[in-house]
Design a protein around this ligand. Structure first.
Ligand code: AGP
Length: 617
């Protein structure tokens, strides 16, 4: 939620900030703004709408300063208005701030500041934070030497604050200074040639430098010209660890595709190959993971697994639950990360925790992870965001290596999580009772997944035609059984997210216990119905819908045969192993929702009200 960029260097800051904001726009796109410091004055441009609008309305020549900050907003406190857009200025004009996060005690602070004659023009918690810094800055004038006055004011302010923040702060008196700090919201420092860039995500700074420092919660960075110092809220110095970003800017470009979602759907064979690379044993009978940081012996003793995640990543967890129980015979529970934290579920000693997250920054998943760690459990992460907070705070884990995912609707990250979930199930199975032969069979099946996904992608034109036919509907059901129920849930989520069609998923047999009341000619059902042991049962569910006039789309394997006239439209996927089927069955669902959304004229990559990475609770 909200993207932030700050720049201190030799170049003109505005174009660098605006380019960064464009790359961060997936984090929030209600409004955008920037300010640059010129001759002790803040020049501000901000407006509701997309970054593109801000770029068009910001005359490049009018902003020439080489120190500045910019923000793209996903509204939390206060509506989507120009006044609520960031940056915010303190009422004395001294301090400018951008903020990602939520200040929970802002009402009490505001009340205090009103007694000190600070004034507010917006409804935001951020403006309160800004004025509190200004208040401390004014008070610091006698106490602190000039060089640490701004830093001390920010520090004092943050000690009073409850909630989450990633902030960049400028001061009209300090032409070369920028203070940034984080608590619960990601912040990365890019260390370039004579320039320093701060951003919520590496994508915003990778065009300037590939040298980055991932800041931790409770840390501040004080930039002064080309120098920087990192310290904690209690003033302890922190030695920076400079990492190298391993991907380059081209990977985050649209290329020949119309949308990032489309591009990322078609990148899935490669993402699957990257997830598997170097991760099978030499004898080809199991998976190997370098970063789990847990011995085979301890894994062998695990009596239960708990998986926490949100949204699409949760669906990957639910499929993984099925596969681990089947292959490794370990009971698994999969829960919404947001619920786990407050649920107070009894936990057994030999439980191993997994969290799954594309971004590695989802606050609910992070909080669930911390809650499990607080209780003394090890938490491992399946995660795509290299250097993300979850990656750094987990006790071990598996990187997805799916490359940057920009489209708000997760696609390639999901199938890559499914692949790693299947590999994990295989690995745990082989540590227990799974035979060498069964292991080899699964490894070979998984290795064949990219080719099968390519075949499924070849259906794109047919799926487009089907999608165009169904784009006018307002309600849809998605039905599947066992591990294909979470895949149905993912199909429904994709459709809801990007085309705003109401969609619900149910286990196919559950449909007759209530949802069948929705069925009529205006409510199509999408069945995921491979020719497996439950085929006839699912066909019966299809008959029940057909008998009530509901249109049916069947996603099925090439060996299936339906009673004539049962399905109105059939989308065929190749036959595959049960470990791979969830991955392959996902492809037509992604394409279907993508083409429906395009047909309806929706903004596929930036659907309304959503943000890619949800860093507020
Ligand atoms: C996916 O299409 C969604 N936008 C959303 O549900 C997402 O999967 C969820 O917010 C979790 O994100 P994460 O994987 O980055 O933790």
């Amino acid at each position: 939620m909200c993207g932030i960029v700050g720049y201190v260097g030799q170049a003109i800051a505005a174009p660098i900030i605006l380019e960064g904001l464009k790359r961060l726009e997936y984090r929030g796109y209600d409004s955008a703004g920037l300010t640059v410091l010129e001759d002790g004055r803040f020049k501000i441009a901000k407006q509701i709408g997309r970054v593109e609008g801000l770029i068009k309305s910001t005359p490049a020549k009018s902003l020439t300063g080489s120190v500045g900050i910019g923000h793209t907003r996903w509204a939390t406190h206060g509506g989507v208005t120009n006044t609520n857009a960031h940056p915010h200025l303190s009422s004395d004009g001294k301090i400018a701030i951008i903020h990602n996060g939520v200040i929970e005690n802002f009402t009490a602070i505001k009340k205090f500041l009103l007694t000190k004659d600070y004034a507010f023009s917006s409804e935001t918690d951020t403006e309160v934070l800004c004025n509190l810094i200004a208040y401390h800055y004014a008070k610091e004038s006698e106490a602190a030497p000039d060089e640490s006055r701004l830093l001390d004011s920010v520090r004092k302010t943050l000690l009073h604050v409850e909630g989450t923040y990633g902030i960049c702060v400028l001061c009209a008196d300090c032409p070369q200074e920028l203070i940034a700090a984080r608590q619960g919201s990601p912040l990365i420092l890019g260390v370039g040639q004579d320039e320093l860039v701060i951003a919520s995500d590496v994508s915003a700074l990778v065009s300037r430098t590939q040298n980055v420092v991932y800041l931790n919660d409770g840390e501040l960075v004080a930039i002064n010209g080309s120098a920087f110092q990192i310290s904690t809220l209690d003033k302890a110095g922190v030695s920076p660890v400079i990492d190298q970003v391993t991907w380059n800017i081209e990977e985050a470009e649209l290329g020949d595709f119309s949308h990032f979602m489309e591009k990322e759907i078609f990148e899935q064979p490669t993402a699957l190959e990257n997830a598997m690379r170097g991760r099978f044993s030499e004898d080809g009978s199991t998976a190997i993971f370098g970063g789990l940081n847990i011995s085979a012996h301890d894994l062998r003793d695990t009596s239960r697994l708990m998986i926490c995640a949100c949204g699409t990543a949760l669906h990957a967890g639910l499929v993984t639950e099925h596969l681990i129980e089947r292959f490794a015979r370990i009971p698994v529970e999969c829960d919404h990360a947001s619920e786990f934290r407050y649920r107070n579920t009894p936990l057994f000693a030999q439980t191993l925790f997994f969290v799954i997250s594309q971004s590695g920054e989802t606050i609910d998943t992070l909080a669930a992870m911390r809650e499990a760690q607080r209780k003394g459990f090890k938490v491992l992460a399946i995660n795509n965001g290299v250097g993300s907070t979850i990656a750094r705070q987990a006790d071990g884990g598996i990187y997805q290596h799916a490359g940057p995912e920009i489209g708000v609707a997760s696609t390639k990250a999901f199938t890559s999580q499914l692949m790693l979930g299947a590999m994990l199930a295989l690995y745990l199975g082989r540590l227990r009772d799974m035979s060498f032969r069964d292991g080899v069979e699964i490894v070979n099946a998984l290795k064949g997944a990219p080719a099968l996904v390519r075949q499924a992608l070849e259906q794109a034109d047919h799926i487009k035609t089907v999608a165009q036919k169904y784009a006018r509907y307002y309600d849809m059901l998605f039905l599947g059984r066992l591990e294909l129920f979470p895949i149905a849930s993912e199909g429904a989520l994709k459709l809801k997210e990007i085309s705003y069609i109401h969609a619900e998923a149910y286990p196919a047999a559950e449909m007759k216990h209530g949802p069948i009341a929705l069925i009529n000619s205006e409510c199509p059902s999408v069945f995921i119905v491979p020719a497996n042991e439950l085929f006839n049962k699912v066909v019966s569910s299809m008959q029940e819908i057909k008998a009530r006039g509901g249109p049916i789309i069947a996603i099925t394997t090439s060996d299936a045969e339906f009673p004539p006239g049962l399905a109105d439209d059939v989308i065929t996927i190749p036959c595959c192993h049960e470990a791979v089927l969830p991955i392959v069955a996902t492809i037509p669902l992604q394409l279907f929702s993508y083409y429906v959304a395009v047909e309806r004229g929706c903004d596929v990559d930036k659907p309304r009200n959503l943000a890619k990475s949800v860093t507020v609770e």
